[in-house]
Ligand binder design. Sequence first.
Ligand SMILES: Nc1ncnc2c1ncn2[C@@H]1O[C@H](COP(=O)(O)OP(=O)(O)O)[C@@H](O)[C@H]1O
Ligand SMILES: [Mg+2]
Length: 381
Amino acid sequence: MTDDGALYLGLISGTSADGIDAALVSFEHGAPQVRATHAHPWPPTLQQRMLALMQDEATLDLDAFGRLDVQIAHSFADAALQLLERSGTSAASVRAIGSHGQTVRHRPAGDYPFTLQLGDASVIAERCRIDVVADFRRADIAAGGQGAPLLPALHAMLLAREGRSRVVLNLGGIANITVLNADGSVLGFDTGPANGLLDAWCLRHRGESFDRDGAFASSGSVDNCLLNALLAEPYFALPPPKSTGREHFHLGWLAAHPRIATLNPADVQATLLELTVRSVSEAIARQTPPTADVLVCGGGAHNRRLMQRLTEQLEPRVVSSTAAHGIDPDFLEAIAFAWLARQRLLGLPGNLPAVTGARSPRVLGAWYQAPAPSSLRPEQA
Ligand SMILES: Nc1ncnc2c1ncn2[C@@H]1O[C@H](COP(=O)(O)OP(=O)(O)O)[C@@H](O)[C@H]1O
Ligand SMILES: [Mg+2]
């Protein structure tokens, strides 16, 4: 199948659950070209329920679970349909949607490792009249991998430069790095918490869903005693492959440190920002030569305080947003899921075993067919 110029639509809501990112992408000689993007907000009550669930603050019975799966799917379909409408694109011209869904649990270790993304793909296919590829992570986990991160392949495609080492740092709810080595090899793993904890603490103490520009963190001082206690978390010292999520790094994890209760909220926020800076910087220092520059994507690239501290901490490396390299930092993940949908349709692997730890490359995702045009008319009675 040759599909130069065919359109694919990528959809994802990450661990921040701040909204659904959508990107319409075509591929010229395999290289992604972004045609249009759209950031779609969650209905607030749905968002609150998902966040409580992700952070282990709520439980669900099976009926509520089933309804949530469908509700999330409707928001994903809304995001796709709005992107099509705003870009003047017909559904018929899109070959497939790649829908990541919303991760509500990610447990890649243990006797029965699993990862769970919600957003019923049949509902999305039915509403959009476009084939949908979904459930991208489980084949990798079944093959002994982490099921994450899946972005490094796309980072390599867009940002690798021959003969130069680079690091791509994605600051989402969780932070992950992709190491693009000068010899062409690629590594990647989740370093630990980023926006997820900052958002949660800011919401609790400021009533705002995120700490714009890190202003709340800037108003406090880092508490080194708390910082060192947080940095003693065993996850940080684990060797890759590794991945994590909000079921691990949430406010309950923080509350296990009694010192929290003695500090003012701004100092805790400053300390959480510094926790991201230190855990990310130490992971980068362990895995890459000091000459490797750092290209930042994800919502954290807009947090001025966080970027300033990373720049100071990572010196002499140059730290810059991927925007400076012509790539919108907010849509790399959505582009990745458009690419992964295409890989599935072409029967090509989507994982990098060197990153996820899977036994070997796997074709990722399940393919849900759109209803055929002839089936769209209601049945005659
Ligand atoms: N101007 C800003 N200042 C501080 N943080 C920001 C800003 N813009 C976005 N963010 C952060 O980025 C997060 C969203 O990042 P995103 O890359 O979408 O993460 P995820 O992939 O986990 O959804 C928000 O929840 C917020 O914490
Ligand atoms: Mg997001």
